[in-house]
Design a protein around this ligand. Structure first.
Ligand code: PGA
Length: 251
């Protein structure tokens, strides 16, 4: 099980520090081992802070975005070698907000995934359909295309490292989560696609997270689905107690 917190563009420096410290305190006070991999995705400007605070704790940290380029005249961008040099182990790729507001296409995301893998960063590849796709009954087709274009060109050793996050766009930040059955149906579908392309063992081992209005109330039911291996949590990861409850649900 993995529980990841995507902070998006939230928190100032002091609030970011407090959130991580509060979370570490809750974990320590519980006196119990985590039994869950917890990954924090703060804004990149706080990666050094996150790295310092989670160093020698059970928490991991990652970046929300990465450039497809390695170095050079790309003002405002942060590259995979730079992230790696800061100790970053994970990176979100293809979040629907990046697709929507920054025009990221599957072809670009494929390059970003390769940049991560080349630099020993595990990409967390986000996919998911819009409400109109779902209403038109095209949700599996849309997700299939996202998988195909960004992942199916990888070789076996690379695909084995990728984590997938299913995040239906209509559930992100809306308070309307996918039902456990809807999540299970899509996770099963994604696993089957991986299986058809890369074989049964790869599919069985693939970690597939659910994201979209996941909170302390609905997490346990969603995580209990056989093909759901944890969650990518947005809004509910911004509060230490709420996020910790979700971690407990995964336990
Ligand atoms: P949400 O966001 O939990 O606020 O819906 C999830 C995400 O975008 O990763």
């Amino acid at each position: 099980m993995i529980v990841a917190g995507n902070w998006k563009m939230n928190k100032d420096f002091q609030q970011a520090e407090e959130l991580i410290i509060d979370l570490l305190e809750l974990i320590e006070e519980s006196g119990k081992p985590l039994n869950t991999e917890v990954i924090l995705f703060p804004p990149s400007i706080y990666l050094e802070l996150a790295g310092d605070l989670v160093h020698e704790t059970a928490l991991y940290f990652g970046a929300q975005n990465v450039s497809q380029f390695e170095y050079g005249a790309y003002t405002g961008e942060v590259s995979a070698p730079m992230l790696r040099s800061m100790g970053v182990d994970y990176c979100l790729v293809g979040h629907s907000e990046r697709r929507k507001y920054f025009g990221e296409t599957d072809a670009l995301l494929s390059e970003k995934i390769r940049a991560c893998l080349k630099n020993d960063i595990i990409p967390v590849y986000c996919c998911g359909e819009s409400l109109s796709d779902r209403e038109a009954g095209k949700h599996t087709k849309v997700v299939r295309k996202q998988l195909e274009e960004a992942l199916f060109n990888l070789d076996v050793s690379d695909i084995s490292k990728v984590i997938i996050a299913y995040e239906p766009v209509w559930a992100i930040g809306t308070g309307v989560n996918a039902t456990p059955a809807q999540a299970q149906e899509m996770h099963d579908f994604i696993r089957k696609q991986i299986g058809e392309k890369f074989g049964r063992t790869m599919a069985d081992d693939k970690i597939i997270l659910y994201g979209g209005s996941c909170n302390s109330k609905n997490a346990a039911d969603i995580f209990a689905q056989p093909d759901v291996d944890g969650g990518l949590i947005g809004g509910a990861s911004l509060d230490a107690a709420e996020f910790y409850s979700i971690i407990q649900a995964a336990r």
